[in-house]
Design a protein around this ligand. Structure first.
Ligand SMILES: [Zn+2]
Length: 246
């Protein structure tokens, strides 16, 4: 029987049997893995900590016929801060929804995993705005998936210094005022939002969250990214609606 040694983060946990769990892991080794954690709900189980939602661990799994059996999990970061804060937990759950849709089984997605872990780290350990952190994650994720919009200038005429900038959903990039004709769906965006989008798409990962944005620009960025996300992934993600009820 083969075994897998990998780092991975739990993106779903379902209780089963008397004290067991079935968990979905986003692993470095092979993308999404479904793992059976026998006895993990017993308080003294050596799998209790490492099989919680959003826990990042060093794992050893044995390949079964359909599922993998989790043999051991050594916690690297439990991200407990995210489970103790309903707002942060809601944003995390939204990001997990995206991850679940774009990461496949048996397909390593190391850049997506690195982005996800960095994002959770900033969300858990800093007081950066969860909304900004999430928008950065969404746009960068789309870029990693090959959907980076063109934001270095006008996508139509190539001009790089734009007086007024418009975002074209049709052309997937910025438009200048002259090229705006024939695209009634393009949205005008402020210089701050345009600069932020350029940064999010091109900055090195370690610097990705090192910028601030005004409330107005964040709102504008949110509208653009949400619509772009919906169009590219062809789905409405609704977890964040819950925040309106708080
Ligand atoms: Zn142009």
């Amino acid at each position: 029987m083969g075994y897998i040694r990998t780092k991975g983060i739990v993106i779903k946990e379902v209780n089963t049997g008397e004290a067991d769990k079935v968990v979905t892991i986003f692993s470095a080794h092979s993308g999404k893995i479904t793992g059976y954690a026998k006895g993990a709900r017993r308080p003294k189980s050596r799998l209790a900590a490492g099989t919680q939602f959003l826990c990042y661990s060093d794992l050893v799994l044995f390949k079964g016929k359909e599922l993998c059996n989790i043999y051991s999990s050594d916690v690297i970061d439990s991200f407990y801060e995210l489970r103790e804060d309903i707002v942060k937990l809601t944003y995390s759950a939204h990001m997990v929804d995206l991850i679940s849709d774009v990461v496949m089984e048996n397909q390593p997605a190391s850049k997506v995993l690195q982005l996800f872990l960095n994002t959770l780290h900033v969300l858990a350990k800093t007081d950066r705005s969860p909304e900004l952190v999430t928008r950065v994650f969404e746009l960068r994720l789309l870029s990693l998936l090959g959907y980076a919009p063109y934001v270095r200038g006008c996508i139509q005429c190539g001009k790089s210094e734009l007086e007024d900038t418009y975002f074209s959903f049709k052309k997937c990039g910025f438009l200048c005022e002259e090229c705006l004709i024939n695209d009634t769906y393009a949205s005008k965006i402020s210089k701050g939002t345009a600069k932020a989008m350029n940064f999010i798409i091109h900055a090195p990962l370690r610097l990705l969250f090192n910028f601030a944005l005004s409330k107005e620009a964040l709102e504008e960025l949110g509208k653009i990214v949400k619509k772009y996300l919906r169009e590219r992934l062809d789905k409405d993600y609704t977890k964040l609606d819950f925040l309106k009820c708080l």
